[in-house]
Design a protein. Structure first.
Length: 176
């Protein structure tokens, strides 16, 4: 029993590290976004030269900020959900519904991952204007988000199944 607990603790630590890396990457993208817009304003109003590449870079960075942030939110169970009816049900049925939701989210992540891979294949030969990098760098954010959703929601569902008897869904996601 303690060996399984240790393994679950290691998995939680690994998943927390992956989540931290996602949030850190999204945060750095936000910092770069702010700096590049500062450069845009400085270039336009001080140097009288508008850097045209900022818009394309901003679009790509917003994709990474949104998708990596969303994937991190799945791990913390902060994604959009309506729990009114679920919370009215008896505790064992609530647990089953929560696990099913985890696997539905993981299935959604699989769809995002596969669609993202297809978009990356399709966009590899197209270059982003002004940046001269493949369009696939923008769609990589979708692919990463799908993979991270599969990882976070799927592992959370598995952990909840393994700890079904002791797991209490009334605690926050980080406590379960």
């Amino acid at each position: 029993m303690s060996g399984r607990k240790t393994l679950l603790d290691r998995c939680e630590t690994l998943l927390a590290g992956v989540q931290w890396l996602s949030i850190f990457t999204a945060s750095m993208a936000l910092v770069i976004l702010v700096v590049t817009f500062g450069w845009l304003v400085f270039g336009r109003y001080v140097l009288n030269i508008t850097p045209t590449w900022v818009e394309q870079l901003a679009l790509m960075l917003v994709c990474y900020i949104a998708f990596l942030g969303a994937a991190a939110g799945v791990r913390d169970d902060t994604h959009l959900g309506v729990t009114l009816f679920r919370d009215m049900l008896p505790l064992p049925i609530q647990k089953i519904i929560i696990v099913v939701i985890d696997f539905v989210l993981a299935a959604f992540g699989v769809i995002m991952l596969l669609a993202g891979i297809e978009l990356m294949k399709f966009g590899w030969d197209s270059l982003l204007p002004m940046l001269e990098i493949p369009e696939s760098f923008r769609t990589l954010a979708i692919t990463l988000c799908g993979g991270l959703i599969v990882l976070h929601a799927g592992s959370r569902g598995l952990i909840r199944i393994l700890t079904f008897r002791t797991w209490n869904p009334t605690h926050s996601a980080q406590e379960s």
